[in-house]
Ligand binder design. Structure first.
Ligand code: NAP
Ligand code: ZN
Ligand code: ZN
Length: 351
């Protein structure tokens, strides 16, 4: 079947309309009419060829919410008419140890997990195509239930990447009451990190390079805000954090943050900049037994847990709706940290 989409034809080409093929739905597949798709900085890194191994044409988009229009005969958990969501993965080997433990994002099968875009596609198609499109076909194992209200659907879309990518490390490193937690970079991921760490009961400090986001970060749930360019403000927090989550999409000095950890504290990186960070110094790591770690998205069961947690508490993303045709302008604004705090494409505008 064919569907309308927006694609980059090459790394330096602006996104433009295209018609793509979707595989015919198999017995375990769900067909979704896409209503909304969030705009992640990973979409930009990928479309612009900032990461290795990007295949073109490239249809980005992995924060997908829509309505199911058809289900295969063996689909057990979804039915036609349901609101459903798809995040960053559409398949994995299902049999390796991480897959068997609901950690599909760390699949050790021959190809790792299949990305919603730029992954290996089934059914004779080239690479997988993401959510900047009218329809998608996905195995039900990788489809999520959405329990937010109809009015909240657009703002719930960013939970599928920004939400789970911050939730998973916050849970893994036991963020909760009594913990002092830093969130670095108040963009799409970072603003969800602040909301979720606050909802989990931690004392939250937001780190931003944008003076203009100070009040907004407090409104999102931060207890304190630090402008990270200000050495004096940074020094006031030296040696005090249990955990810091760094969502910054550009290369920068990590020592400024490792120095803020207390004994056995961890700085976890989720941002994936085009150019590497300067090599961190050993001194702040050994004096304090501190760690630098990484984390990628989250498993499917954990994503459902996060979505249900957010639906129960009315947590959504702060979004700015855009038309599909405005995507290039949205990317330019992302590069200037000028987004409060996630662009979401209204897919009704793709015609
Ligand atoms: P975003 O909305 O563009 O937010 C990034 C924020 O980083 C900006 O808003 C800005 O916040 C800060 N920042 C930007 N340039 C900076 C610089 N030069 N120095 C310091 N801070 C800077 O991006 P996003 O969608 O949240 O994604 C963030 C990163 O995470 C991207 O690299 C993305 O590819 C990656 N990602 C990783 C995963 C994973 O599974 N690990 C999943 C999704 C995304 P302030 O204005 O507050 O400083
Ligand atoms: Zn993403
Ligand atoms: Zn696997």
């Amino acid at each position: 079947m064919q569907t309308k989409a927006y694609a980059a034809a090459a790394a330096k080409a602006p996104l433009a309309p295209i018609t793509i093929d979707r595989r015919d739905p198999g017995p375990k597949d769900v067909v979704i009419d896409i209503l909304y798709c969030g705009v992640c900085h990973s979409d930009l890194h990928t479309a612009r060829g900032e990461w290795p191994g990007i295949l073109y044409p490239c249809v980005p988009g992995h924060e997908i919410i829509g309505r199911i229009t058809a289900v295969g005969k063996d689909v057990a958990n979804f039915k036609e008419g349901d609101v459903a969501a798809v995040g960053c993965m559409v398949d994995s080997c299902r049999t390796c140890d991480p897959c068997e433990h609901d950690l599909e994002q760390y699949c050790t099968g021959p190809h790792g997990f299949t990305g919603t875009y730029n992954g290996a596609a089934k059914g004779g198609l080239p690479n997988t195509f993401g959510g900047y499109s009218k329809q998608i076909v996905v195995d039900e194992h990788f489809v999520l239930h959405i329990r937010h209200s109809e009015e909240q659907l657009a703002a719930a879309a960013p939970l599928l990447c920004a939400g789970i990518t911050t939730w998973s490390p916050l849970k893994h490193w036991n963020v909760g009451p009594g913990k002092k937690v830093g969130i670095v970079g108040i963009g799409g991921l970072g603003h969800m990190g602040v909301k979720l760490a606050h909802a989990l009961g931690a004392h939250v400090v937001a780190f931003t390079t944008s003076e203009s986001k100070k009040q907004a970060a407090l409104d999102l749930g931060a207890n304190e805000v630090v402008v990270s360019k200000n050495a004096g403000e940074m020094a006031a927090h030296a040696g005090s954090f249990d955990f810091i989550l760094n969502t910054v999409a550009a290369s920068h000095d990590l020592d400024a943050f490792t120095n803020l950890l207390k004994l056995d504290g961890t700085l976890t990186l989720v941002g994936v900049p085009e150019h590497p960070h300067p090599s961190p110094s050993v001194f702040p790591l050994i004096f304090g037994r501190r760690s630098i770690a990484g984390s990628v998205i989250g498993g499917i069961a954990e994503t459902q847990e996060m979505l249900d947690f957010c639906a129960e508490r009315g947590i959504t993303s702060d979004v700015e709706m855009i038309a599909m045709g405005d995507i290039e302008n949205a990317y330019e604004r992302l590069l200037k940290s000028d987004v409060k705090y996630r662009f979401v494409i209204d897919m009704a505008t793709l015609n």
